[in-house]
Each structure stands twice: as structure tokens, then as C-alpha cells.
Design a protein around this ligand. Structure first.
Ligand code: TYC
Length: 101
């Protein structure tokens, strides 16, 4: 008879998944002036005039455009602030967020 004693060892693999980044998306509408969209993009997302104009025109032509990706709370805060900037002027300007795949 075998008298080998084996001690069970439990190994816990510590795997933490990196939190998903969230996209901020600019949604087109028919009322917000182009120049105002550019101003908001520059102010809230630290874009140059050129970058902001391109993003605004992409949303204008295609219906929506990804502005940037951030950690979830940052994306939500920026989208809310940018949407409120439009709301304060009476524009329906809209920024939304969604998780990256
Ligand atoms: N479509 C608007 C106009 O013609 C401009 C605009 C662009 C508004 C992008 C919103 O996300 C937007 N005045």
C-alpha cells in the first residue's frame, strides 16, 4: 500500500480584466450651427480647429462620428458636458457614449 501523502494545493489565478474604454459619439442634427459644434469639440475634447472641423463634417455627412475614447466615467462626463453646452444655447446637439468591443 502506498503511503504517499499529497497536500492539495490551490492556486488562484489572479486575472483582472482591463476596464473597457468607452467611445464618445457625436450625433448629427439639422439645427445646431456647424461653427458651434466645432467650438464645443475644441473646448471639451481639446481638438484643433482642423480636427474639430473634420469630426463635425463626418457626423454631418454620415449621421454620427466617434470623437474619442476614454475610461467610462470620463467619456460620460465629457458627453454630458458637451450635450449641455448645446442645450444651454437651445440646440439639440447630442453626444452619446458606448463601450468599445
Ligand atoms: N448638420 C448641422 C448643420 O447643417 C451641423 C452639425 C454637424 C450638427 C454635426 C450636429 O453633430 C453635428 N447646421
Amino acid at each position: 500500500m502506498s503511503n504517499i501523502v499529497t497536500k492539495p494545493r490551490t492556486k488562484v489565478a489572479l486575472k483582472t480584466e482591463r476596464p473597457r474604454l468607452h467611445k464618445v459619439i457625436l450625433v448629427n442634427d439639422d439645427f445646431t450651427p456647424r461653427e458651434f459644434v466645432v467650438t464645443v469639440l475644441k473646448g471639451e475634447f481639446r481638438m484643433s480647429e482642423d480636427q474639430a472641423y473634420r469630426v463635425m463634417m463626418t457626423a454631418h455627412r454620415r449621421g454620427a462620428c466617434v470623437v474619442a475614447v476614454y475610461a467610462r466615467d470620463v467619456a460620460e462626463t465629457k458627453a454630458t458636458r458637451a450635450t449641455e453646452a448645446g442645450r444651454r444655447k437651445g440646440y439639440p446637439l447630442m453626444f452619446t457614449t458606448e463601450p468599445e468591443e
